[in-house]
Design a protein around this ligand. Sequence first.
Ligand SMILES: CC(=O)SCCNC(=O)CCNC(=O)[C@H](O)C(C)(C)COP(=O)(O)OP(=O)(O)OC[C@H]1O[C@@H](n2cnc3c(N)ncnc32)[C@H](O)[C@@H]1OP(=O)(O)O
Ligand SMILES: CC(C)C(=O)C(=O)O
Length: 519
Amino acid sequence: MIIYKEENEIIKNSLKGIKLPERVYIFDTTLRDGEQTPGVSLTPEEKIEIAIKLDDLGVDVIEAGFPVSSLGEQEAIKKICSLNLDAEICGLARAVKKDIDVAIDCGVDRIHTFIATSPLHRKYKLKKSKEEIINIAIDAIEYIKEHGIKVEFSAEDATRTEIDYLLEVYKKAVEAGADIINVPDTVGVMIPRAMYYLIRELKKEIKVPISVHCHNDFGLAVANSLSAIEAGAEQVHCTINGLGERGGNASLEEVVMSLMSIYGIKTNIKTQKLYEISQLVSKYTEIKVQPNKAIVGENAFAHESGIHAHGVLAHALTYEPIPPELVGQKRKIILGKHTGTHAIEAKLKELGIEVGKDISKEQFDEIVKRIKMLGDKGKRVTDRDVEAIVEDVVGKVDKKDRVVDLEQIAVMTGNRVIPTASVALKIEEDIKKSSAIGVGPVDAAVKAIQRAIGEKIKLKEYHINAITGGTDALAEVIVTLEGYGREITTKAASEDIVRASVEAVIDGINKILAKKEIK
Ligand SMILES: CC(=O)SCCNC(=O)CCNC(=O)[C@H](O)C(C)(C)COP(=O)(O)OP(=O)(O)OC[C@H]1O[C@@H](n2cnc3c(N)ncnc32)[C@H](O)[C@@H]1OP(=O)(O)O
Ligand SMILES: CC(C)C(=O)C(=O)O
């Protein structure tokens, strides 16, 4: 396993003089702050299922919810507490006796109690003095401790609080019995350097473990959490998929993988389960994971650019910092506009086709051209598209062996005209022209070809499938033709259904004729 701190000179040098912990504790708040994501509301059954998965994942603490908030919340938390999971179960409570009583009644192992300390919250929200807030915090902590329950104390909006006062609050909290203090960056205003400074200052005076709870308002939640750990924080709050109020919280998968793969710091997380739990949480919260989300996003290990795909195929680490399997993901080579030949060759190999053996270089070049053309239309080229293109290119009778070739086709259709097609076919050395009307453009085109060829070859069956969605989808036409005692089924694919139909029919005719005279 790669640990960048040990292998990368720049990272190694930057961390000189910093004493990193061996192990960091993961406090998961997906079921509390994560559920505060606007619009998200989990049923007790969903919360229970997620809690079991979080335990399976190996988080140290599950903040199962805010018990006083509703009866359903209490039902879920009680049930989670009764499951005897390995993780400690925590409930959130304001520094209010009623909240604490309800949490105790749920049977939680730890109560996370909090009160805001910043001037803004003191003045406008709580309307309380500094002293009053300290006293409320002390009373709450002592009350919880009287019940023999572990206390985690948070000074809400800590990072916008006067530092001397914050230190005083935390010191008094520890004196009152807080087992761990949590430092919330409630509106995500910290920068990594400031977080480092704050935690280092607190570490000088606070002798219980320090935890951080970083919000992502400026996209810095993970960076700030890591900085706090560099400064000595022992626990970090995070959520699956970075869910949480506003811009969310520090994403568990990003924090854990950074700790493990960059810093070489252990957690208890079974990283191979990260993708699976991310999907489960996304399903129940109905919050889609953005494709470019680190670690668990669909594109986290996907490569379309030719240069990247070539590099990855030669050695995965060229364009992947960690192997996808480490987080339960799979590498994906995506074909499209930016694809290069190495990626297409690899994709064909996956489909059991080898260039030079199963297909010629010319056919390969044609496949590359067709894939790029599809990509140019803004399409993501799926495996099914590739298969259709390959069948189309490879399955066709070679140009030199063709008896019949399409020289020209013109089709006219509309609401006030009868669909009409005229074709010019090159039959051996002659040009044969004909036209026909039909119920639609495809019907007219096929009939015009039939007329040029004569009655000896008949169209028996015709099917069309749209491979990808959209009006510009690649369409696959499958036809069965009968003639000269033979029955042939052929396919052709094109974004234009008339062309796909004509190509399939002409290819079928060539297969039937196989160099037979038809004049
Ligand atoms: C930063 C955070 O994420 S904090 C957690 C936020 N999560 C939630 O709020 C979700 C669950 N919340 C709820 O269900 C409800 O808000 C409840 C049950 C907690 C409280 O509901 P209500 O009693 O109707 O109060 P409401 O939510 O409107 O207002 C909050 C009250 O709590 C007080 N309060 C806020 N934080 C604290 C605190 N940490 N300690 C003590 N009192 C607090 C406010 O001053 C206000 O008091 P007031 O009613 O005397 O003015
Ligand atoms: C309750 C506290 C820790 C919180 O969620 C916050 O400040 O964001």
